[in-house]
Design a binder for this molecule. Structure first.
Ligand code: ZN
Length: 173
């Protein structure tokens, strides 16, 4: 059963054991989460300890993931260019229709379209093609909730026992 715990970020302390298999850890794997802060968004990152083999599993991308991620870049560029062209063709005259303005706004819209397509492939589609071992290692600890100023995190652990150890370690400090 996964177990969630709330912990103050400044107090967060992991034992020196792999979050997947609990054997001695030798590597740190970065887990990050984007959260909304006021009008914008920010990213919170934590390092979780892993043994060599689980670190490899979490970091390594298999061929399918790499292909999907590359497709994301290509499709993103094509859609970005299409958005730019479409915007210029369909430009509604505003009285201030300099080529530079059209290209500038078209560029922003095109770049935005690229980012949306690329991010969808990179962060949503590609991870679906990860191997079971990769998914297991990457999801061993997840940040499920971030308080408005990132003082407190809710972490979800796949390993209930480890969640309890982290909670104990973090309270002691
Ligand atoms: Zn391990």
């Amino acid at each position: 059963m996964p177990k969630s715990i709330d912990i103050e970020l400044s107090q967060l302390k992991f034992p020196s054991m792999c979050v997947v298999c609990m054997s001695p850890a030798s590597k740190q794997y970065e887990v990050s989460q984007v959260y909304s802060r006021g009008t914008g968004s920010a990213t919170v990152r934590i390092n979780v300890p892993m043994c060599n083999s689980h670190f490899e599993a979490a970091s390594a991308k298999n061929l399918a993931e790499k292909i999907v991620a590359t497709c994301g870049v290509i499709v993103g560029i094509l859609i970005g260019i299409a958005a730019l062209i479409l915007l210029i063709i369909r430009w509604v005259p505003t009285g201030n229709d300099s080529v530079i303005l059209k290209l500038f706004i078209g560029g922003i819209v095109g770049f935005g379209a690229f980012i949306m397509v690329w991010a969808t492939f990179e962060f949503w589609l590609a991870p679906m093609f990860a191997t079971m071992a990769s998914k297991e290692a990457r999801n061993a600890v997840r940040i499920v909730l971030v308080s408005p100023h990132a003082e407190t995190l809710r972490l979800e652990f796949m390993n209930e026992q480890l969640a309890e150890i982290v909670q104990r370690e973090s309270q002691r400090s």
